[in-house]
Design a protein around this ligand. Structure first.
Ligand code: MUC
Ligand code: MG
Length: 378
């Protein structure tokens, strides 16, 4: 047996919580971020290879039901004992065992699946996307979120991004203020940028269905490209009604996590587009399963983010590059929202596109000094 046919035991899992400051306040309907917290997972294997993964959410427990602290506890206390000793070369078998004994906790699972794919890519000398069936595209477009809450400041920020040729699609986070102020903010930004940029809005579930009926026509009139998760994730029939009533496409985000959520949404014709996220779907392989259901139902795919740092964002880029269709682009800008990074070199965005790393695994190396500097010590 050569080295690729012998089992390679997983020898240890180690997770750390990393707090990184953001470059500016990032205002969403449910929280205002000044730092972002990442959980970084290191998986060591008997052949000396280490894989890295990341689990990241937004605003502690403000966005979802897993906090950084609970993700770390899940990995340390429940996942590690299940997987140490298993063959690292089969992420599917490892994830199946974890799936049987750990319910939910998709973010922790995503970190593990990412780390196993990173390790296996390094082992075989191939980039992660090759383990996912190969890239359909060599780069992905990257949207930028304008979330200072101030129209003039957001316009200046968008102008700067256009000038740098970094982003030409912008997402506005709305839903925190009076909807009248929000739609005025959106219209002012669209009027200033005109046809030089596309605009999307993310309400992050903040509106009632009645408020959505009242204000979506104004968003349409302002010329937004799509409306993301305007109403509560539990109101699937409500999103279906909005999708039927308005021409502007409705994108499901918080409402669709797994392939089975996607199936339910497709059956009920409840969305035009889905925001795919590796964290929601339990990893890069999981997100491809969700994408396959969306594709089968003719629902458009969009590469979303939970504002991950470089490890989570590049893992997402490998997966999104392998999606059969990705009509609505991606928003993998998380690392650019952070003042510093814990990897040595992250890929640049050139001409509005992020090129896929071609080196083995994720194609990223940890910066040990920065990792230790920003790691939570207690
Ligand atoms: C979300 O709900 O889409 C994506 C961009 C951003 O600013 O927040 C995230 C979360
Ligand atoms: Mg969203």
């Amino acid at each position: 047996m050569d080295s690729n046919t012998k089992p390679v035991a997983i020898t240890s899992l180690a997770s750390v919580i990393v707090d990184l400051p953001t470059i500016r306040e990032h205002r969403l309907a449910m929280t205002t971020m000044r730092t972002q917290t990442l959980v970084i997972l290191r998986v060591k294997c008997a052949d000396g290879i280490e894989g890295i993964g990341e689990a990241t959410t937004i605003g502690g427990l403000a966005y979802g039901d897993q906090s950084p602290e609970s993700i770390k506890l899940t990995l340390d206390q429940y996942v590690a004992p299940l997987v140490v000793g298993m063959d690292a070369r089969s992420p599917n078998a490892v994830m199946a065992r974890v799936g049987k004994s750990v319910q939910g906790n998709a973010l922790a699972k995503s970190a593990l699946e990412t780390a196993l794919l990173d390790a296996q890519g390094k082992r075989l000398g191939v980039p992660m996307h090759q383990l996912l069936g190969g890239a359909v595209r060599q780069s992905v477009s990257v949207l930028w979120t304008l979330a200072s809450g101030d129209s003039a400041r957001d316009i200046a920020e968008a102008e700067q991004m256009l000038e740098l040729r970094r982003h030409k699609v912008f997402k506005l986070k709305i839903g925190k203020r009076d909807p009248r102020d929000d739609v005025a903010h959106v219209a002012a930004i669209k009027a200033a940028l005109g046809d030089r940029a596309e605009l999307t809005v993310d309400v992050n579930q903040a509106w009632s269905e009645a408020t959505a009926y009242r204000f979506i026509p104004e968003l349409e009139a302002a010329g937004v490209m799509l409306v993301e998760q305007p109403i509560a994730r539990a109101n699937r029939r409500g999103l279906a009604r909005l999708a039927q009533r308005f021409d502007v496409p409705m994108m499901a985000d918080e409402a669709v996590h797994s392939a089975s959520d996607m199936f339910d949404y497709a059956r009920d014709e409840a969305a035009d587009i889905v925001a795919l996220k590796i964290g929601k779907s339990g990893g890069p392989l999981g997100v491809l399963r969700t994408a396959a259901v969306a594709d089968s139902a003719g629902i458009g795919c969009y590469g979303g983010t939970l504002l991950e740092g470089s490890i989570g964002s590049i893992a997402s880029a490998h997966a999104f590059a392998a999606c059969e269709t990705l009509e609505w682009g991606t928003e993998l800008f998380g690392p650019l929202l952070l003042k510093d990074d814990i990897v040595i070199k992250r890929p640049d965005i050139v001409n509005f596109e992020l090129a896929l790393p071609e080196s083995p695994g994720l194609g990223l190396d940890l910066d040990e000094d920065k990792l230790s500097h920003y790691s939570r010590k207690h």
